[in-house]
Ligand binder design. Structure first.
Ligand code: MOS
Length: 730
């Protein structure tokens, strides 16, 4: 079904199951240890061998020689995979480095070999005996040192609206500031892991992957086989955040190793390898120039973003979020990309938008102060229903309502507009706000539904659930469409044998995959009404019956003669090009900063979000609080440190890469606005998984400024950046 016009009234609007707060249906499996993650599959293969991946100890250069004999004759060793025998034909889609190095080495901890042995311990022990010598080349590792060679990129083209230069020149109130954001690690709980098995020249990988259909295509290229000969199975994923969008060394080397040894091979990346072997969010430097008239209306907005990547990598560009944010007749958005020889950079939760929201939303706070306006008033003054970047109306934009309701609920009126005024003992108290603006994309998604003879409704799609709640919202969709209780629906995900779904990425999963299931159910309803000689448009499906003109037939009687099945696909290629699709929110934060140590503690966080219909307030809330937690990490502690001598990310484990723990995060409140967005999709809502992180770090930075009067423009805002500037005599 092509989605070309606003969704009409449809069974999803009944909201008897859809839209209701619903605990996740896969929860019991997870809390009782019955949900099987990639490395845990037991009975799917017999007698697996174990792979241990060795990462390069240089960042840039060539492999000079590899001495493998000692390792090969170590106990239990079956073989050793290197670039010479791996048969790897392609680096994989969206990869900026080869899956296995050789002879060229592109980054630190790039896989150089994998020891395959009878046991995990034997593989690990033998890896110590592998001797690899390298010829090192000089590399570039520091973004700041590469700016003079930074170039424009087709992946994020510059945008110019009106005439920024002259508008800025003549603006009576101006701001010109530069922010820095750090490198972030996805740091998901479940490490990257894969079991690979070949049978009849076809490979199956049980892996942890967000995008089954993309990754099936990609793995086929890596292995030099046809797409039909690759199957991915990934029903449960212990977090992804973008780190599992693409095929990585665990899947590639497990599959290549299994082909080499003719044995199933299990591989997990050890935690300390993940940070440099896989991908991370790039650091950014972002210059913001804002011009406004005396009334506080923005007349000129420029955002220039620098980031770096390997030669084939892409930008982390904050300008993405600035384009649609605030009304301005003159705008200039520029993205510059330079080359560093650090490990690959890639998408991480709200790629571009998240660091971009730090720049634009802190700049808005700074500009509000210059204009002597309340930061919320300033944002409301520059709100718009038309995307200033494209001139198209938004399908739905309730940013003003999010800000206003949030201010009310949070008690914004208690904030002192002058910083460093509120003190309790040794703590300075402050409040901050920021808008959240994040695209609401949608992408092709298919599903198959079957009513079985034992009165179950089976839903099959290769959609993934990375902890987001996909299982539950898809069950709700199918239950609502077929008029059945949630408990009758059995959702099966994450298998490339199922119809191809949109996958989990870019916060497009919820709207796309629910719409795919919607279409499959429309087709199933049609099959049933055709069989009964009813009119599909007027028949209703409720309480296990199909009813028309007062005549009801139970679905259970219809399947007596056999199961009924239908497939369907939603195609968004025709989704109104005349609108801009975004989601919006407002984040509020109260912090306390210790006057002696500059230690910052978050006291309260509150978000009001809007993305049209919320399919399940329970899982949507959990998405937003997850985003708020990651935003707190990026504001206060998360930072991958580059060692410029060796070209690696130095703090490559969870002891040294700090993420927030319970003690760092207070009670979080999340509210959603009521309403639907029929322009977005047949199910009339968009995802919130990436919206939840946008603006959070800025709101925290703004709260720290309000508490202390110290403006730190380099994130994370760690104690040493604040300490010498603290306003209070001690
Ligand atoms: Mo998202 S960074 O596209 O998983």
């Amino acid at each position: 079904m092509k989605f070309t016009k606003p969704a009409p009234k449809n069974p999803i609007d009944n909201q008897t199951v859809m839209g209701k707060p619903t605990p996740r249906i896969d929860g019991p499996l997870k809390t009782t240890g019955q949900a099987t993650y990639a490395y845990e599959w037991k009975d799917v293969v017999e007698n697996p061998a174990y792979g241990w991946i060795i990462g390069s100890s240089i960042a840039n250069g060539r492999i000079k020689s590899m001495k493998l004999d000692a390792a090969k004759s170590a106990p239990g060793v079956i073989d050793i995979l290197t670039y010479k025998n791996a048969g790897i034909k392609h680096k994989g889609d969206n990869s900026s480095a080869q899956q296995i190095a050789g002879p060229k080495v592109e980054h630190y901890h790039q896989a150089v070999a994998m020891v395959i042995a009878e046991s995990f311990e034997e593989a690990r022990a033998a890896a110590e005996l592998v001797e690899i010598s390298y010829t090192k080349s000089k590399g570039k590792y520091v973004l700041e040192d590469t700016l003079s060679s930074a170039k424009k990129t087709d992946q994020q083209k510059d945008v110019s609206v009106g005439d920024f230069a002259s508008a800025y020149e003549s603006a009576p109130v101006k701001l010109d500031v530069t922010y820095k954001t750090s490198r972030h690690s996805h740091a998901m709980m479940e490490p990257h892991a894969t079991i690979a098995n070949w049978e009849d020249n076809k490979v199956t990988v049980w892996t942890a992957n967000q995008m089954i259909n993309w990754s099936k295509t990609s793995l086929a290229k890596v292995l030099g086989v046809s797409k039909e000969d690759v199957r991915l199975v990934s029903p449960f994923i212990g977090g992804g955040f973008g780190g599992k969008l693409f095929i990585l060394s665990d899947a590639s080397l497990a599959a290549a190793g299994a082909r080499l040894t003719k044995r199933p091979v299990k591989v997990t990346l050890q935690r300390a390898l993940i940070f440099n072997n896989t991908a991370h969010r790039a650091s950014t430097i972002q210059n913001m120039r804002l011009g406004a008239n005396e009334n506080g209306e923005l007349t000129a907005v420029a955002h220039k973003n620098w980031s770096s990547a390997l030669p084939e990598g892409g930008p982390e560009s904050g300008v993405l979020t600035t384009g649609p944010s605030y009304k301005t007749p003159n705008m200039l958005l520029e993205t510059r990309l330079s080359v560093t020889n650090l490990p690959p950079v890639s998408a991480m939760r709200a790629p571009g938008d998240m660091p971009g929201s730090i720049a634009i939303e802190v700049a808005m706070d700074e500009m509000a102060e210059k204009l002597k306006l309340d930061p919320i008033e300033f944002r409301l003054l520059n709100d718009t229903q038309t995307n200033p970047e494209t001139g198209k109306p938004f399908s739905r934009r309730k940013l003003a309502e999010c800000l206003q309701q949030g201010a009310e609920k949070f008690g914004w009126s208690d904030r002192s507009s002058v910083p460093a005024q509120k003190r309790e003992g040794s703590k300075l108290i402050g409040m901050g706000v920021a808008s959240a603006v994040r695209g609401g994309p949608a992408s092709k998604s298919a599903a198959r539904v079957q009513l079985t003879t034992d009165n179950k409704l089976i839903v099959e799609t290769d959609m993934t659930d990375i902890g987001t709640g996909s299982y539950t919202i898809l069950a709700q969709t199918a239950a609502e469409m077929m008029g059945l209780p949630l408990s009758d629906v059995d959702v099966r995900l994450g298998d490339s044998n199922f119809p191809a779904a949109a996958g989990s990425g870019g916060q497009w999963g919820a709207t796309s995959s629910t719409s795919g299931v919607y279409v499959a159910c429309v087709n199933l309803r049609k099959k049933i009404t055709d069989q009964l000689g009813l009119n599909a448009d007027t028949a209703t499906f409720e309480n296990g019956n199909v009813t028309e003109s007062g005549k009801s037939t139970s679905l259970s009687s219809i399947v007596k003669s056999g199961p009924i099945e239908a497939e369907g696909e939603i195609d968004f290629s025709g989704r109104g090009d005349d609108h801009s699709y975004y989601t919006f929110g407002a984040h509020f934060v109260e912090v306390e900063v210790d006057i002696y140590t500059a230690e910052t503690r978050i006291r309260r966080m509150l978000a009001v979000c809007d993305s049209g219909r919320i399919f399940n307030p329970v899982s949507a809330r959990s998405q937003v609080i997850g985003g708020m937690t990651m935003g707190a990490g990026a504001a206060l502690m998360e930072e991958l440190h580059v060692d410029p001598r060796y070209g690696h990310l130095a703090n490559h484990d969870l002891a040294q890469y700090e993420v927030p723990v319970h003690m760092d995060i207070p009670h979080q409140e999340v509210f959603f606005l009521e309403g639907e967005d029929p322009l977005a999709s047949p199910t009339k809502g968009s995802g919130v998984g990436e919206l939840g992180i946008c603006g959070v770090s800025a709101a925290i930075g703004n709260a720290i400024y309000n508490a202390t009067g110290v403006r730190v423009r380099e994130f994370p805002i760690t104690m040493e950046k604040l300490l010498n500037e603290m306003p209070v005599e001690v």
